[in-house]
Design a protein around this ligand. Structure first.
Ligand SMILES: [Zn+2]
Length: 219
């Protein structure tokens, strides 16, 4: 698999994973040992360890893997490693991936009757710019490798997907971009839930086309 240059090097990225893990945990965006963060390196990728609390990561103990799935160093990787690997395989430009069980996104993922091609409306311009269209991946039990296959089928065209009855998987060109996009998704899910039952006026086709044109979005 081709790799991207990593600004700042591996040690800097390890520190940033710890920083963002604590930030997400401290703000209630992940609970217990749920959620995982990964970054692409020149010689493999880093992933948060299995059963690790994102608020208490140790930069030296992050799991390092190669693209064949071998565990090279650190603590054993998250059992959800295949979610990340499936998305990296389809998105050569992805430098980092965040997967959370964040409350509002997970709540939306449990709603009956969502559009599986795009399960949140375009409520704000920033949501359109950071997430765009959000497909819903059907429910799979934890560890089911068919979930990786389902993600690969969508990740070529989508930087983010929502796993039904589970939570979001969001990629970005950098760790910061992946974290901020995950937060934008969570905030939009919160708005969507706040507005349930209220007539809403999402961005219309013309407004979305204007964003696509001005910001060169690939939606
Ligand atoms: Zn999960």
């Amino acid at each position: 698999m081709s790799t991207l240059p990593v600004p700042g090097g591996e040690s800097r990225l390890r520190e940033r994973m710890v920083y963002f893990g604590r930030s997400l945990f401290d703000r209630g965006l992940t609970a217990g040992s749920s959620g995982n963060i990964s970054v692409r390196l020149d010689d493999g990728w880093l992933l948060t360890p299995t059963n690790a609390c994102l608020g208490e990561l140790d930069p030296a103990r992050l799991a390092k893997l190669d693209w064949q799935g071998r565990h090279l160093s650190g603590d054993p990787p998250s059992k959800e490693a295949f979610l990340h690997r499936s998305m990296y395989e389809e998105r050569q430009g992805a430098g980092a991936i965040v997967h959370l069980h964040s409350t509002h996104s997970a709540a939306v993922s449990c709603i009956d009757g969502l559009d599986p091609a795009n399960c949140l409306p375009p409520l704000t311009a920033y949501y359109v710019m950071k997430i765009g269209r959000l497909p819903l991946v059907p429910y799979h039990r934890p560890g089911d490798s068919a979930l990786g296959h389902a993600i690969r089928g969508l990740a070529g065209k989508h930087s983010a997907v929502l796993l039904a009855n589970h939570g979001p998987v969001v990629s970005g060109t950098t760790l910061e971009a992946a974290v901020y996009a995950t937060e934008e998704l969570e905030e939009t899910a919160k708005l969507f839930l706040l507005l349930r039952g209220t007539p809403i006026s999402p961005l219309n086709r013309q407004q979305i086309d204007e964003l696509k044109s001005v910001f060169q979005l690939d939606l």
